[in-house]
Design a binder for this molecule. Structure first.
Ligand code: PDD
Length: 285
């Protein structure tokens, strides 16, 4: 079955789908994106993803390309046409197409909208979660507005590749103060030896993950103690557990950081419980 993409009003075979070479997303990374998990063919936490998308657009002064209700129909249609049961749907909106000039196009142009979807292998994902992943740390080198979900991901690409080159799965950024910010494409968490779940506040240095926000509700419901505060790699090396969160991985246990085994070197109990409980708290539309 060929995969289908939506590009500016048209559903097309993915292999033929293309944007204009003067699309500002292509030339300047002048655009934003969202990734929603698909479970049983349905989008997970769609309203929260759309609220964050609207905020990203506002922060970059990109116009809303279409009403939210229409966008939802398009995203559902891409999921349906690709027959995704478990996977992700990807939405990208750029400022649009204009002759190359750094300043915003004047008059304003219509934003470009692209939606794709892909199946993920649930069994493989689960097997990875049962083993846990290895993480390395790397110096934070992104722009300060990482709160906006832009497609400007070159530092993230390089960090992920550095992790792979070192035999790990993900890289955690460490800021100039020596504190972990987040992963190349996920939020970072640790669990202290006395059972407190720690993650950096969303006030600076990270993307406010939707999975992170839902997990905070799960923690409350499970009566686990949350501490939103900075932590260092050294604290993480000695933590009882560590894990990452994102729409495509939900909760993925971390068993090694920079070669230091975390806890007993196996996925931690709290990470496993959070992973198991997550979808009871997520909004599935
Ligand atoms: N990444 N931080 C960064 C830098 C991310 O790229 C992501 C998500 C997150 C977690 O956000 P959420 O829980 O809303 O997915 C945090 C997506 C999945 C990606 O780039 O594929």
């Amino acid at each position: 079955m060929s995969r289908i993409a939506y590009v500016n009003g048209h559903y097309q075979n993915l292999r033929d789908a293309a944007v204009n070479v003067e699309d500002r997303g292509y030339q300047f990374a002048d655009g934003i994106y969202e990734v929603c998990e698909i479970i049983g063919g349905r989008m997970v936490d769609f309203p929260r993803h759309m609220a964050r998308m609207q905020r990203s657009l506002r922060e970059l002064r990109i116009a809303e390309a279409m009403p939210l209700a229409s966008l939802k129909i398009v995203m559902e249609e891409v999921v349906r046409r690709n027959r995704i049961d478990y996977g992700i749907v990807y939405l990208q909106i750029s400022r649009g197409v204009a002759h190359r000039d750094h300043g915003f196009p004047s008059p304003e142009v219509k934003p470009s909208v692209v939606v794709t979807a892909k199946s993920l292998n649930l069994a493989k994902n689960q097997a990875t979660a049962e083993r846990g992943i290895k993480v390395i740390t790397t110096a934070e080198n992104r722009w300060p507005r990482v709160d906006i979900k832009t497609v400007c991901l070159l530092p993230n690409v390089l960090a992920r590749q550095e992790a792979r080159d070192k035999g790990a799965y993900e890289a955690w950024y460490v800021d100039a103060g020596g504190f972990v910010t987040e992963g190349a494409s996920c939020n970072a968490w640790i669990v202290t030896k006395d059972g407190k779940v720690v993650t950096r506040t969303a006030a600076s240095g990270i993307l406010a993950g939707i999975t992170r926000a839902v997990l905070i509700n799960v923690l409350e419901a499970m009566q686990l103690k949350l501490e939103e505060r900075n932590f260092t790699p050294d604290e993480a090396y000695h933590a009882a557990e560590a894990f990452v969160s994102s729409a495509s991985q939900i909760v993925m246990p971390v068993v090694s950081i920079d070669g230091h085994a975390i806890g007993d070197g196996k996925p931690g109990g709290i990470a496993k419980r959070l992973r198991a409980e997550f979808h009871r708290f997520a909004a599935i539309s």
